[in-house]
Design a protein around this ligand. Structure first.
Ligand code: GUN
Ligand code: FE
Length: 453
């Protein structure tokens, strides 16, 4: 697949939550900045001329039979240094997993050579799985965090990269802790400036994000200072929020209020910020997020292992909080947002129906909790874009062209697809339920080809 400035064929996207739009025989024109300048259907008067021009230029990319363009996936929550331990030690509770496995691994990134060997593989794997935007936690180390930003720039992935702050001696081990609160704050500022001045990053494809790991790992002073830095430097924030019983309780004991309310008071709920998990947030917490224009990274697979409950996704969406999808690598053992989207649907069904057959069906579950494949696609694309407040996730004029071409011929021609109808919502639903990395033929970020299988 060569570089293209026009795309023709079948597109599917979610213009609003719950709505699926399939655009057949449609032409998208992309300008040199990677922005969609026209969406033309073959009945538009301008269509034929634009199509002929695009074809003559040799820069027209077409979807074929049993293939379609989808918006690129948005992964709101990735721990980059945890890539080498994908799928390891998931039998442990979160605090034991952090202390026995995760902190020792992350501490090794003090040697930036490890970052140079691990991060390119992570970023290219996420791209190959269709993730065009990723929001990363790195580690507490400046050089390794810089490497991650450079790797994303070089791979052409839209990314938000955060240098992690963990400065509280009561909670963080000696071998993996910021040497002082002051240094943690200064380095956060230094890292924001580094990413903003990164050469070859003129389109701001890679952006910094202020990253207190979570309230338990940070001193009160660090949290306050990071809120001030985010405000003054106009920078998004990411952190974990009310993930499981332990974290939720810890914050109540320390601040006498919920994680969300405490983060709001600390100035950490900035526009476009990301709170990971949020399993134990109340409707009041959701209203706080909504008014702060801060959203949620829903990490359904990870939640099954570490979060002690199912996140009430449908309730959050009904309240109007922005929600996107997160893999939470390596709390979640999959690099695929599609796999997380499928799991989100299944988890929501379990929440609705209940899970214990010993309880009578009428009182077993929570009514009105389910989402369907259309809402899952929304959360995985446009919902994540809404959380970050960036113009991607839909095939609309004015948005960046971040997209994937799913081609069911690219992989083994599975029976489900060779016998299936090639039109309508069924095809999109089958795609969402079946797609794997080998079906993703090409990936574009900002109109540029970033991966070609
Ligand atoms: N809470 C604090 N750190 C982490 C982490 O690395 N993974 C998850 N799932 N939760 C966390
Ligand atoms: Fe996490």
């Amino acid at each position: 697949m060569a570089e293209a400035t026009a795309f023709y064929g079948r597109f599917a996207h979610t213009p609003s939550r719950g709505a699926l739009e399939i655009l057949d025989d449609t032409l998208l024109i992309i300008d040199s900045k990677g922005t969609i300048t026209d969406v033309l259907s073959d009945s538009d008067v301008d269509f034929q001329k634009a199509f002929d021009q695009a074809r003559a230029s040799g820069e027209l990319c077409q979807s074929g039979e049993k293939s379609l363009f989808l918006p690129g996936m948005v992964d709101l929550h990735v721990h980059a240094p945890q890539w080498p331990q994908l799928g390891r030690a998931l039998h442990l509770p979160l605090d034991e997993w952090l202390n026995a496995y995760t902190f020792p691994l992350e501490a090794q990134f003090r040697n930036a050579d490890l970052a140079r060997s691990v991060y390119p593989d992570l970023v290219s794997t996420l791209l190959a799985n269709g993730t065009t935007t990723a929001v990363y936690f790195s580690t507490i180390h400046m050089e390794a965090s810089q490497v991650l930003a450079e790797v994303c720039r070089d791979a052409g992935q839209r990314a938000f990269v955060g240098k992690v702050v963990m400065d509280d001696p009561d909670q963080c081990p000696d071998y993996y802790r910021d040497s002082s609160t002051r240094q943690a704050i200064d380095e956060t500022q230094g890292f924001i400036e580094f990413v903003r001045n990164l050469s070859g990053n003129d389109t701001d494809l890679v952006q910094p994000i202020v990253t207190p790991r979570f309230i338990p790992s940070c001193s009160h002073t660090a949290l306050l200072e990071l809120g001030r830095v985010a405000d003054q430097m106009d920078c998004r924030v990411q952190t974990h929020c009310s993930e499981g019983d332990w974290e939720h309780q810890f914050v109540y004991e320390r601040y006498g209020q919920s994680d969300t309310a405490a983060l709001a008071e600390l100035g950490l709920l900035q526009r476009g910020s990301v709170l990971a998990h949020c399993n134990f947030v109340s409707p009041t917490d959701m209203e706080i997020m909504k008014s702060a224009l801060t959203g949620i990274a829903h990490c359904p697979i990870s939640n099954a292992y570490f979060a002690n409950s199912v996140f009430p996704l449908r309730r959050a969406l009904d309240i109007g909080v922005s929600v996107g999808m997160g893999t939470d690598i390596s709390g979640g053992p999959s690099p695929s947002i599609f796999e997380n989207a499928r799991f989100a649907i299944a988890a929501s069904r379990m929440l609705e129906e209940g899970v214990d057959p010993e309880i009578a069906s009428a009182s077993r579950g929570h009514p009105d909790s389910r989402i369907d494949f259309r809402e899952a696609l929304w959360v995985a694309t446009a919902g994540g874009a809404e959380v970050l407040d960036i113009p991607v996730g839909k095939f609309e004029k004015g948005r960046h062209f971040d997209a994937i071409l799913v081609d069911h011929h690219a992989a083994t021609d599975r029976a489900a697809f060779s016998n299936s109808t090639t039109s309508g919502e069924d095809f999109v639903q089958q795609t969402i339920y079946n797609v794997s990395q080998s079906d993703i033929r090409s990936v574009w970020v900002n109109g540029r080809l970033a991966c070609n299988a």
